[in-house]
Write a protein that binds this ligand. Structure first.
Ligand code: SF4
Ligand code: F3S
Ligand code: FES
Length: 253
């Protein structure tokens, strides 16, 4: 069944912009990205939108639909009230380039700040062995499609540009947690203390486990429960470990 939907789409660039009203046909089974593409093909040929797979796997089409951070290609029109306008705006936490396209380079900068997996010195590739439980934990985190909806949603940076320098955000704290919990990661032998850097360099303490990141994750990764809270517990254990405390006292002398 087709119907005419009212769309309000944010148009503009870094200097400013506003919501623009459109009336556009919608066909059965369509998602918000289909309608945005129809707008591009008809009355808004210069509407900027980032997308790639249209299957919820590339993480490109992140935006805010009626104020909620979502993937446009995974939001069915049938989930939305046909009587109400559909408001589509760019992700709020990142600078707008044009229309629905934001500059997400903050996230790539944060990714580069995390030291990579350090291979164990005594094992060659192919000799690595892990329990299924450890594999399963890493696999959940590896489902991340880097849509950055969690980064966009977390209140620590959403309305606080000033926190961005000190806070890596949920996606990248999850990466630190993944590496810190990896049984074969030899970072400690290389002089990297992932629990300490999580606190001192990636802003783990800023997270007060509100779980908004988990709520918007299209891959349903339990970011808070399975990555951030365990990382906090491990970091606290480290802080109160008497051997770590003694070591830091000796090093200070
Ligand atoms: Fe997107 Fe989820 Fe990855 Fe965050 S953790 S970037 S919400 S897929
Ligand atoms: Fe932010 Fe998620 Fe923590 S929303 S405060 S990173 S639980
Ligand atoms: Fe790839 Fe939406 S277009 S996730």
């Amino acid at each position: 069944m087709s119907y005419q939907a009212r769309f309000r789409v944010w148009r503009g660039d870094a200097t400013g912009g506003d919501l623009v009203d459109y009336t556009v046909p919608v066909n059965e089974g369509e998602v918000v990205l289909d309608v945005i593409h129809r707008l591009q093909a008809t009355e808004a040929g210069d509407l900027a939108v980032r997308w790639n797979c249209k299957a919820g796997k590339c993480g490109s089409c992140s935006a805010e639909i009626n104020g909620r951070p979502r993937l446009m290609c995974m939001t069915r029109m049938s989930q939305l009230d046909p009587e109400q306008p559909v408001v589509v705006t760019p992700m709020r936490a990142f600078p707008v380039l044009r229309d629905l396209v934001t500059d997400v380079s903050f996230n790539y900068a944060k990714a580069r700040e995390i030291p990579s997996f350090v291979p164990p010195a005594d094992l060659k590739p192919g000799e690595y062995r892990m329990t299924q439980e450890d594999v399963g934990r890493a696999q959940e985190f590896r489902k991340c499609i880097e849509c950055f909806l969690c980064q966009n949603t977390c209140h620590v940076v959403r309305d606080h540009e000033e926190n961005k320098a000190a806070f890596a955000g949920p996606r990248f704290l999850m990466r630190v947690a993944e590496l810190d919990m990896h049984p074969l990661d030899a970072a400690a032998e290389a002089g990297i203390d992932r629990k300490k850097t999580a606190q001192d360099e990636h802003g783990l303490g800023y997270c007060n486990i509100t779980k908004c990141c988990t709520e918007v994750c299209p891959e349903h990764i339990k970011i808070t429960d399975n990555a951030l809270i365990p990382l906090k517990e491990r970091a606290v254990d480290r802080k109160y470990d008497p051997l770590v405390w003694l070591g830091s006292r000796i090093r200070r002398r």
